[in-house]
Design a protein around this ligand. Structure first.
Ligand code: C5J
Length: 374
């Protein structure tokens, strides 16, 4: 059963260091490396001398977490630490580190160690992905390094991530830190993650939520479950039924997935036209109205007419324009902002651009924009 009705409602989880709020529609569950290579005997984990039985308790908890996420209709991502069979994506440092009994790429009881497509590289049977769920093969410890994960999450308008998987202090911690630096709000489910070294797991949980949640939040699966299916409050005392501050955010209809897809598509068409110096398309995307404002690098333009006149005379953007970072945010069905950092091939033009978009009957239009160089 998919609880689609709850996918736009804010869920408030009792977490460390304080309550964690998320909306299922803009949240993904990231299950890190629940692979036979780490969890079962004969894989990479054991080749490094570890006691793989330490990880087994996290498997049923992660299965329960997956079930909850699927019922909520959340995006689900499964990562695998996996290398190409020719090892061209495996740096020599990783290959030789630790002087293991069996190296990455060597034959083992479950096929070649940590190699894509080998039986040992697969997910454990209890945590197999369902059709439509995202699978990310990653060459490193972090889920973002050398993978399309960031693009996939951005396309889906994901802002919040729930983490599970192994091992807590290696791939889970690295991935959550990578996500935190990219602006995601991250919650690690404490009993859905495990380490070969229990004290490393505890230390990792503590350092994640220390300093006001410097990397993110942690909570147990039961806390998450209670937040999703809250028991009816026995008291009917209205004074006790105060709203969570997060309820106000859900009322804004933040980042509805369909809206974000449309907004990003309009932005991409505009960006394509900018690189092609397609002036007619650029003009079309600016709201032709006296209220429209565009602050350029060296000019302040008020009104559609001024923007159009400027555009006719302006030079194309420098070659090699590349978007380094992008944040799209929508509110409701017809309003959004897209902010980017960009660079060019000569590295002279590193800058930022913010656009405010409104959906009119004729389509998405920019009603205010600001560009500046660093
Ligand atoms: C390790 C991982 N520990 N998935 N990988 O090498 O944590």
């Amino acid at each position: 059963m998919t609880l689609t009705l709850t996918s736009g409602k804010t869920i408030t989880v009792s977490a460390k260091p304080y309550d964690y709020c998320f909306v299922a529609a803009s949240t993904a569950l990231i299950v890190i490396d629940m692979q036979r290579d780490f969890i079962e005997a004969g894989g990479f984990g054991e080749a490094l001398g570890n006691d793989v039985s330490q990880l087994s308790a996290a498997v049923p908890v992660t299965a329960a977490l997956l079930k909850l996420a699927r019922e909520l209709g959340m995006t689900v991502v499964h990562t695998r630490e996996a290398h190409l069979s020719d090892l061209s994506d495996c740096p020599p440092s990783k290959l030789t580190r630790g002087n293991p009994s069996c190296r990455i790429g060597d034959p083992g009881p479950m096929g070649r160690i940590l190699i894509r497509g080998e039986p040992g590289n697969d997910f454990v049977p209890a945590l197999q992905p369902l059709p439509g769920e995202i699978i990310i093969d990653k060459p490193g410890k972090g889920a973002f390094y050398g993978t399309p994960l960031q693009e996939r999450l951005q396309q889906l308008g994901i802002t919040h991530l729930l983490f599970a998987g192994v091992t807590t202090e290696v791939c889970v911690q690295t991935s959550m830190r990578e996500a935190n630096d990219r602006g995601y709000e991250c919650l690690l489910i404490e009993d859905a993650t495990a380490s070969y070294f229990p004290h490393f797991k505890q230390a990792t949980l503590a350092m994640m939520h220390a300093q006001g949640g410097i990397v993110g939040w942690t909570a147990s699966l039961s806390a998450l479950s209670a937040a999703i299916n809250p028991k009816k409050n026995e008291s009917n005392n209205a004074e006790e039924q105060h709203e969570s501050p997060c309820e106000e955010i859900s009322a804004l209809q933040l980042n509805l997935p369909d809206v974000l897809v449309d907004l990003n598509s309009a932005f991409e068409q505009y960006e394509h036209a900018l690189v092609q110096h397609d002036v007619a398309t650029l003009d079309q995307f600016f709201w032709f109205n006296a209220q429209t404002v565009r602050y350029g690098i060296a000019e302040n333009l008020y009104g559609g007419e001024a923007i159009r006149t400027y555009r006719l005379a302006c030079a194309p953007v420098p070659p090699g324009r590349r978007i380094v970072r992008k944040v799209s945010t929508s509110f409701g069905h017809d309003f959004g902002t897209v902010s980017i950092e960009f660079s060019s091939s000569d590295a002279q033009n590193v800058g930022r651009q913010m656009q405010t978009w409104v959906r009119f009957p004729e389509g998405w239009r920019i009603v205010a924009a600001h560009v500046s160089l660093m």
